[in-house]
Design a protein around this ligand. Structure first.
Ligand SMILES: CC(C)(COP(=O)(O)OP(=O)(O)OC[C@H]1O[C@@H](n2cnc3c(N)ncnc32)[C@H](O)[C@@H]1OP(=O)(O)O)[C@@H](O)C(=O)NCCC(=O)NCCS
Length: 187
């Protein structure tokens, strides 16, 4: 599914464009993943683990665009990708088709300005046009800002995986699992 461009303003008055990234954004999206994985340990990978060739990423973006349910939504400042959110089917098998994974990442320069809330609101509106019945996510248990955002939007905590992540410094972090039932409304 492709979401067309829409202009939004942040708390600091900065203007952004929200739209689905297309195949020509593949390189920027990979760079965004590397930047956010460098800026915070709350991402699931270290930057050096983002090894997807740009052609594969472009093909993936084309597939998402033509999929009836999966979609991505990116935020651009003057054409520069600074944030991204996505909804993807958990598994293709029939028994799983009502479930979608949700993910979001913003570069530090736009964190805390309301962009996460705005992106999530757009995602929640768009997800109603899909066949998904629930969105699921996992988050570091100490990522209080993200958990606050998800709870505000209507996600519920459903479980905790102890010691789910081990960082390079040897520290362990629990993972919280959260679910949002689409028909019940949110932000
Ligand atoms: C998590 C993230 C998506 C949030 O987006 P954001 O634009 O920074 O968030 P917003 O400005 O829209 O809202 C943040 C909310 O959290 C609150 N908040 C900020 N720090 C907080 C903290 N330490 N504890 C609790 N709440 C906090 C803010 O007050 C605000 O609440 P409000 O809207 O009720 O006033 C973004 O910061 C991000 O991408 N961070 C890095 C990567 C990441 O953590 N991704 C999520 C992985 S699961």
């Amino acid at each position: 599914m492709y979401i067309k461009a829409k202009e939004i303003s942040l708390k600091n008055g900065q203007h952004l464009i929200l739209r689905s990234p297309d195949m020509f954004d593949a390189e920027q999206l990979l760079e965004h993943m590397r930047i956010t994985s460098t800026e915070t340990d709350f991402m699931s990978r270290y930057p050096e683990e983002i090894l997807v060739p740009v052609e594969n990423q472009a093909r993936f973006l084309q597939m998402v665009e033509t999929d009836p349910d999966n979609f991505m939504l990116a935020a651009f400042i003057d054409g520069r990708l600074v944030g991204n959110a996505g909804v993807t089917r958990v598994r293709d098998n029939i028994k799983y088709r009502h479930r979608a994974n949700f993910g979001i990442s913003l570069q530090k320069e736009v964190c805390g300005l309301g962009l996460g809330t705005l992106l999530l609101r757009e995602v929640m509106e768009a997800v109603r046009c899909t066949s998904f019945e629930q969105m699921e996510l996992t988050v570091f248990a100490d990522n209080m800002r993200a958990i606050h955002l998800y709870e505000k939007a209507g996600f519920e905590k459903v479980g905790v995986m102890p010691r789910a992540y081990r960082l390079k410094d040897g520290s362990y972090h629990d993972e919280v699992q959260m679910v949002y039932r689409i028909k019940e409304g949110g932000l």
